[in-house]
Write a protein that binds this ligand. Structure first.
Ligand code: ADP
Ligand code: ZN
Length: 758
């Protein structure tokens, strides 16, 4: 046994334990930390062990590193680049419960555990290497842990608080659910909590839990997608011919929705699979892409594995095990799928590459699109970034020749750009002498559309009933006592709520600041729009989709499905509406206030607004039914709005890029965002001041701050930030090495941050 560095997936520096000699970096072990058992990752032997008496590890979990060698290289790169522990990344690619079976037979009656007993770690490593490059097969290395109960009824905790009094059996159910993160398969739950189904019935009656049948993503709606082999058109063939299949290269495939990008990916994937290699396919959100999954499954039956952040453990595990066993050569998934244990990748697809969901907003703050490019480089294979509205980063890279630009300019047969009409809300205000939510033009168009029995979609990117409450006498707003934001009124629940920490209160009758009765709501939200719509169109079937109505898992998918099947006349909601299903009868899209997103203090506000508006506008109309878009705005001359109205990405990029260049923002510079929190503003800012002093020696850095974060307080913690800008990325890596962030310290680092507004 030798002193060995073990890293936990916790905010702690690596710890030193005694472990058998010969364990390799990347193997998992069980260790005890303060008497509780947890898994950790071997980082290597510790050359300078602490003097204290060392504890031995409890067990070695993996016979050898289970991740393919190239993926291990990617993790090392990511750990270094984002400044996070390997164990944190490991947790994203290998569910904790996926474990090798030590009883696996080798040859002549020998089993893996015999080698462990003999401390033959080198032989185990050799077996691992042989298994990874396909020279040795280990068919029983992973049990597929009981995927019992294909019925797949899921039990979820509702938002009702845990009651003070429950009996012991009910308590076991609730605490099992809470331990599991809120939901479990019914069969698992019954076993874990040792209860009968009748206990669940009672809890369900009391509203404490609910049962949902999980949407079976692969089988959903499969019947209506007949696998049709299309004949690729000239542009699609040119795009495919433009991709060298045997070598690394980044390709930006730019084409409007429906221009045939997916057919290009499918053709490429087919070629790669035929050559015996694997395909990694990333999408921004899986619940919203049932058609894609159906198309994949139809084209490559039985060969597709799906990664889904929302699936429960058993299912996640099942698909990862299929990858490890090399049973599914095509893996489609969301952000973390970029770290999926696929070996020998021949193609990576990143669909809708501009989507913010590829960036993790919690530790480890990886960007899956960027890591996918790195992974393609390590695998020496092509990567295709597809999009109808490229991120300015990718567009700039394509313009400067770092990425290869492939374009699909032809519109699919028969379809045409929807007609976009702009309504100037300032004019409406003048005419009506009051604030106008639905302009006369929009109301007229809605009436016409509903009369024709077609569908209307209304976008308002603000949830709740009213944005905030203000007192007209003293001018102050009702704010969250714990966060520096104002409370939002939710009429249905009759509560004022904080959207950051969830604190809520009954709305007061009088202003708590001045005691007068002049409180009123300002700025309508989706909930109020829904109310107004029911008054204006009493006969219409209205569906609201926002974060408040889609908390229950599957609710968004179910709502979209209903709309798709024509069960909804007016769909109203936030940006959730921008993506996902196609609605055959949607011919009118109304954007109630296009400017909302422009007010955010973030240099990407215009880009995001442009993306959102173009995406939503693109939802109107199909080949056979022409669509109309009515866009209401107070700033019709803003470039993001002008170009969204014209559906002109290149025009927008040409207007926006010089501004970015002038201000020294990405894509012309790289940024790092350091944040720190504390009990007081002073406690939060001090660590950043010290950091700044240490960084002063790097000449090529621009340091902004430390300053208050845009939201200066959340849950009673004060927040400060320091921003670094550099022309070359390497200066930021240099900064990380010069002043490393302690995993258990007060500072967090967000490299290549996407969101500045919070
Ligand atoms: P995108 O991914 O760009 O949104 P898709 O690949 O999904 O576009 O294509 C949109 C529709 O057009 C699909 O139904 C697809 O099958 C069809 N399609 C694409 N390319 C062709 C083609 N060359 N010939 C006939 N149909 C096509
Ligand atoms: Zn709050």
């Amino acid at each position: 046994m030798i002193p060995t560095l073990i890293e936990l997936a916790r905010p702690l520096p690596p710890l030193t334990y005694l472990a058998p000699e010969g364990l390799q970096v990347g193997m998992r072990v069980h260790v005890k930390v303060r008497n509780s058992l947890t898994w950790g990752l071997v980082l290597g032997s510790d050359a300078n062990p602490p003097r204290a008496k060392l504890k031995p590890i409890e067990a070695v979990l993996d016979p050898f590193p289970l991740l393919p060698p190239k993926l291990r290289d990617l993790l090392k790169f990511a750990a270094d680049y984002y400044g996070c522990g390997l164990a944190h990344l490991m947790a994203l690619c290998l569910p904790q419960h996926v474990q090798a079976d030590w009883q696996t037979p080798l040859s002549e009656g020998e089993r893996l555990c015999d080698l462990r007993a003999a401390d033959s770690w080198q032989r185990l490593m050799d077996i691992g290497d042989a298994w990874h490059d396909g020279r040795q097969s280990l068919p029983s290395l992973f049990h597929r842990r009981e995927l019992r109960g294909a019925g797949l009824t899921e039990v979820c905790r509702t938002s009702l608080p845990h009651p003070v009094k429950v009996n012991a059996t009910q308590g076991r159910v609730l605490s099992a659910l809470e331990t599991a993160g809120g939901s479990m398969l019914e069969s698992e739950l019954i076993e874990t909590a040792q209860v009968s189904a009748s206990v669940l019935n009672t809890l369900e009656k009391h509203g404490l839990i609910e049962r949902v049948r999980r949407l079976d993503l692969l089988s959903q709606k499969r019947e209506d997608v007949v696998h049709k082999q299309v004949v690729l058109n000239e542009e699609q063939r040119k795009a495919i011919d433009g991709i060298a299949m045997q070598t690394f290269g980044v390709h930006l495939l730019y084409g409007v929705t429906g221009s045939g990008k997916t057919e290009v990916y499918l053709e490429l994937a087919q070629r790669v699979l035929e050559s015996g290699k694997r395909v990694l396919w990333l999408v921004p959100e899986i619940g919203l892409t049932p058609r894609l999954l159906a198309r994949l499954e139809a084209r490559f039956p039985g060969r597709v594995a799906v990664g889904h952040a929302g699936l429960n453990n058993t299912e996640k595990q099942a698909d990862v095990v299929r990858l490890l066993k090399d049973e599914a050569p095509l893996f489609v998934g969301v952000r973390n799928a970029v770290l999926a244990p696929l070996r020998d990748i021949g193609l990576i697809v990143v669909d809708e590459e501009q989507e913010a969901s590829y960036k993790s907003e919690e530790h480890p703050r990886i960007n899956a699109r960027d890591l996918a490019i790195k992974r393609a480089q390590i695998e020496n294979c092509p990567i295709v970034l597809g999009t109808a509205t490229p991120s300015l980063e990718s567009w700039h890279a394509a313009q400067s020749g770092r990425y290869k630009l492939l374009q699909l300019l032809e519109r699919p047969a028969g379809s045409q750009l929807p007609r976009v009409l702009v309504v100037d809300l300032r004019e409406c205000y003048k005419a009506a002498r009051k604030k106008v939510v639905f302009s006369p033009l929009l109301l007229k168009a809605m009436n016409e559309t509903l009369e024709r029995r077609e569908q209307v979609m209304l976008l308002l990117n603000r949830r709740g009933f009213e944005n905030f409450w203000m007192c007209r006498a003293c001018g102050r707003t009702l704010d969250c006592p714990h966060c520096s934001v104002s409370l939002t009124f939710h009429k249905g629940a009759y509560r004022l709520r904080c959207h950051l920490c969830g604190w809520e209160t009954a709305p007061p009758e009088i202003c708590p600041h001045c005691g007068t009765e002049h409180l009123r709501g300002v700025g309508e939200g989706t909930e109020q729009i829904e109310d107004q719509l029911s008054a204006l169109f009493p006969a219409a079937r209205i569906l609201r989709l926002d974060r408040d109505t889609t908390q229950r898992r599957g609710a968004l998918e179910a709502g979209l499905l209903a709309a798709e099947q024509g069960e909804v006349d007016i769909l109203v909601g936030t940006q959730m509406l921008a993506k996902g299903h196609t609605f055959p009868k949607l011919t009118l899209v109304g954007i109630l206030n296009a400017d909302l997103g422009l007010k955010i203090a973030d240099f990407r506000a215009a880009e995001r607004t442009f993306h959102l508006l173009t995406q939503v506008a693109g939802r109107a109309g199909r080949a056979d039914l022409p669509g109309r878009v009515i866009l209401q705005t107070y700033s019709p001359d803003h470039p993001a709005i002008v170009h969204a109205v014209a559906q002109n990405f290149i025009g927008f990029a040409e207007a926006e890029l010089p501004y970015r260049q002038g201000m020294g923002y990405p894509p012309y510079a790289a940024m790092s965002l350091y944040r720190s929190e504390g009990e007081s503003p002073e406690a939060a800012i001090e660590p950043l001041r010290q950091l700044k002093t240490r960084l002063a020696t790097i000449p090529s850095l621009r340091i902004l701050g430390p300053l208050e974060a845009p939201i200066a307080k959340v849950k009673d913690r004060y927040r400060m930030q320091l921003i670094l800008k550099a022309r070359i990325r390497n200066s930021l890596s240099e900064a990380m090495h010069l002043a490393p962030i302690k995993p258990d310290g007060p500072i967090t680092l967000d490299r290549d941050p996407l969101s500045f507004g919070t």
